[in-house]
Write a protein that binds this ligand. Structure first.
Ligand SMILES: [Fe+2]
Ligand SMILES: [Fe+2]
Length: 304
């Protein structure tokens, strides 16, 4: 049997899609979950992920990454490296585990939202990989921090932090909920991969790995580098979601939000404080329930 090269079949599988016969498109992809109001739905076919892989490639690569990170951890567990780390660096590591471990887990449903409601097949595929990435990141952060709980109870904050009302955590919770929990797929793509992962995770994680090595924490450097390689891949979901080609206006950054009056309503006042976005109107409750919220009644629209 001839085995096709990946590049010979991948375009077919990544763009496989369905025309629905039992329900209209707006019901299957309601605008308040998918986003992208004012965008020609056909334009999303041109959404392109530059860094591609198949499921088999993904699983093979991730297995190697995990094997590398966890074997270094197992080897160093018996050393005295931790006892000799500078206190300043330990505080840095604690802050990382405290602020980001649970957020990695929060990113799983955010990625899954794009995996379900993303407006083209390639994007949905990438988001499935992204969801599995974020699950791995939550697990690896929990496992690496757990080792140190017996030496320093502060490491317990990797689990505990987001169950407290510590003021730093309140701010972080509001920030991450704002762009991951109560947003459409397009909103998630703009807030998470385009803004946060490209502008923060990628830069901060590379610097943090270098910082860890400088301090002698090979274990942490190895862990954060392993995470960063995933972030670099799934951060690419943001760029093409910002500007699908062939749109009439050349811009697709119209925004949607959770339906007005629902328990998942977005934090409207926060968005209106930025100059880039303004509230236009809210879809009626009946319109989003029936899936007929139209581009004439978006909750958010770009002014740029
Ligand atoms: Fe992550
Ligand atoms: Fe991520």
């Amino acid at each position: 049997m001839t085995i096709l090269k990946r590049e010979e079949w991948h375009d077919i599988t990544r763009l496989t899609d369905w025309d629905f016969s039992y329900v209209d498109h707006e019901t299957a992809f309601p605008i308040w979950m998918s986003g992208g109001e004012g965008t020609d739905r056909n334009a999303w076919v041109n959404w392109r992920e530059d860094y591609r892989n198949s499921y088999a490639e993904y699983v093979g690569t991730q297995r190697e990454k995990d094997a590398a990170a966890y074997s270094v951890k197992a080897a160093l567990q018996r050393s005295e490296i931790y006892d000799n780390l500078p206190e300043g660096w330990k505080s840095n590591a604690k802050l990382h585990f405290t602020a980001l471990t649970a957020i990695e887990y929060l990113a799983v449903p955010a990625e899954l939202k794009m995996a379900r409601f993303g407006l083209t097949g390639g994007w949905r595929n990438m988001a499935v990989f992204g969801a599995m990435d974020e699950m791995r990141h939550a697990q690896i952060n929990l496992w690496f921090s757990h080792e140190f709980v017996s030496k320093d109870i502060h490491y317990d904050w990797a689990v505990k932090s987001y169950h407290t009302n510590n003021w730093v955590i309140i701010a972080a919770r509001a920030l991450f909920d704002g762009f991951m929990t109560c947003t459409s797929a397009v909103d998630v793509a703009l807030g998470l991969p385009f803004t946060f992962e490209t502008g923060f995770s990628n830069l901060q994680f590379v610097a943090l790995a270098a910082n860890a090595l400088d301090s002698g924490d090979v274990n942490f450097a190895n862990m954060i580098s392993s995470i960063q390689t995933d972030e670099a891949r799934h951060a690419q979901q943001g760029g093409p979601s910002r500007t699908p080609r062939n749109t009439p206006s050349g811009s697709s950054t119209a925004r949607s939000g959770c339906p007005a009056g629902s328990s998942r309503s977005p934090p409207a006042p926060r968005w209106t404080t930025t100059p880039r976005w303004r509230v236009v109107s809210s879809p009626t409750r009946s319109s989003w329930r029936s899936g007929s919220a139209s581009s004439s009644s978006p909750r958010w629209r770009t002014t740029a």
